[in-house]
Design a protein around this ligand. Sequence first.
Ligand SMILES: [Zn+2]
Length: 416
Amino acid sequence: MLKRVDSDWLRDINRRRVLREVRKMGAVARVDIADATGLSPATVTVVANELIEHGLLEEARAETEGDQRRRGRPRVLLRLAPGALRVAGVKLAEHRISVIIVDFAGETVGEAETAVRTRAEPLDALINLIEENIRAAARQARVRPRDLAGIGIALPGYVDAMSGTAWWSPVLAEPEVHLTTLLERRFTCPVFADNDANIATLAELWFGVGQGVRNFAVVTVEHGVGMGMVLDGRIRRGARGLGAELGHMKVALDGAPCRCGQRGCLEAYVADYALLRRASSILPDVDLSDPARRREGLTALTALAHDGSNEANAIFREAAAMLGLGMANLVNIVDPGMIILSGTRFRNELLFSDIMAQTLRENSIPFGPPGPEIRTHVWGDLLWTRGAAALALEGLTDDTLFGLQTTRTGAALAGA
Ligand SMILES: [Zn+2]
């Protein structure tokens, strides 16, 4: 009996490895999957055929002439079957709810959004709005809501991805919200939730510059400083799901006050609110509690710096140095192969400057091979909704992926 369970387990692991490889490469020949995974060509053929039978993979002919000339006949490539299943990705921001529907190949097939001050909404009303947006996006994608295979939600704050509980979030009116449970009452599929920095990391791992990189960290700087970490190809969240909080790494003893109630945190020097707080003498009218006013304030501060204001430039220089120091601490502890500065604000070259790179270099352990490659990646809001969809795809159980698929008609999947 044990042997049978073991072989089922191994079979599912191999299926996931093959799927992951195809997702990474886009369209790939069986022999190249064998090379990349270390599985034997015979095993790859068996697994790939099962996945085709389950409707998760499909065959495509290589189209380039070079390919054909090299092999003498058209190569048959494997790719993900877009229609195999669809998931929803949801982003809760301070001023907006956005939803996309993504097919199995990762393409966006429907979207919806509502402008709303999320924190000002009572919890019930907010859950209603999320539900309405998911249904609207599904309508656009021509998918029945009960045919969705999963829903992933990205939100800022302290979120336990295991239980789907938001312990605290700036977009929720109350603490300890069991977000996934509340939404699972409205839909028939599983719902997953995670902190938006982890979600950005998943987006990089599945769709972005982190594809195929075994160890990397993603740093996002917005209203706060977020970080996600991939070690040995998997995202790491720590024992309580609160891990990788780079923003609350201490960079000064008894330093500047942070939103978390402590002092000397990195984000108290680097995040939007910290920059604007330092700028209060040159920009006296900014209301830090209003997201729209904060954005305006930051644009004004950036313009002042570009116009040569000494005070504005000093604020960015100090913040850049602090960010470099925080990243050096990260490098010295975790030793990532790559750091991706990711998100919507990374056009801000004042912060991600030579000063940041120099401080990082000067404070990193100076021995051994060179430190991590630093990449910047501008995504826009799509980052989080696509990452949330990746969270839902990642959370699909083997039963959903490999078990019910053969007999699936939406109803079988929905269990209704
Ligand atoms: Zn803090």
